[in-house]
Design a protein around this ligand. Structure first.
Ligand SMILES: [Zn+2]
Length: 234
């Protein structure tokens, strides 16, 4: 087994894992999400203000429509009043007219309240509309920042992937399979450097006898760490 190629492959694969792990943890990603959420929340508030304006408008129109009907009815009753002679009938008509006037007054109050609410909602909407561009600008800045760091990671990843075949090609199919198995077994790191007496995979020291064993490994074979079982490369 080509120990140098294995180690290089391991370094590349570990770097690829590191790049992949960095992507979801980017502070620029969190910032972009927060900025986008702020814009969404703002747009929802604007839609709510618009709905209040529309509801007030509907209420105003309904009050105006009802008021027109009352006016028509009252005009008819007033004309009728001029023609009646019997005092009782006249009294009944006057009572009906008074009731209509009362209803008309209530409708006017309803319309005024709705106009007031509409005015408030309109100024709320205007204020929200003024604040929106700032939030949108923040979101697009955040998006650009995210795109920039993502592009750096993309380049890093592409470089790593471009370098990988050179080392992967030196391994036989069986070695590749063994490497992939070991990598899975050892949580991504199948190959460890032996620095001094210490395995950099498990960070345990090898005894003198174990060091001798490692040194005695024949050419072409890769020794394993007696503690953790990772392939050891010096
Ligand atoms: Zn070890």
């Amino acid at each position: 087994m080509n120990a140098t190629a294995l180690l290089a492959l391991q370094d590349i694969d570990s770097a690829l894992v590191a790049v992949a792990n960095r992507r979801p943890r980017l502070s620029e990603l969190a910032a972009h999400r927060a900025a986008t959420a702020a814009v969404d929340a703002h747009l929802r508030s604007m839609a709510e203000a618009q709905a209040r304006i529309d509801a007030a408008q509907a209420s105003i129109e309904a009050a105006e429509h009802a008021a027109t009907e009352i006016t028509t009815k009252r005009t008819r009753l007033e004309a009728q009043l001029k023609t009646v002679i019997a005092p009782r009938e006249a009294e009944a008509l006057m009572h009906q007219i008074a009731t209509l006037n009362e209803q008309r007054g209530e409708l006017d109050d309803q319309e005024l309240t709705a106009l007031d609410e509409q005015g408030t909602a309109e100024s709320d909407l205007a204020a929200l509309g003024q604040a929106l561009p700032v939030l949108e600008a923040q979101a697009s800045t955040a998006e650009a920042e995210l795109a920039k760091v993502t592009a750096v990671l993309d380049t890093e990843e592409a470089d790593l992937r471009a370098r990988r075949p050179e080392f992967a090609a030196t391994l036989t199919e069986a070695e590749t399979a063994a490497y992939e198995r070991a990598k899975q077994h050892f949580d991504g790191v199948a190959i460890a450097r032996l620095e001094g007496h210490r395995c950099q995979g498990c960070h345990l020291d090898l005894s003198a006898a174990e060091m001798d064993q490692v040194k005695a490994t024949p050419e072409g074979a890769v020794p394993e760490c007696p503690q953790c079982g990772r392939y050891l490369v010096r």
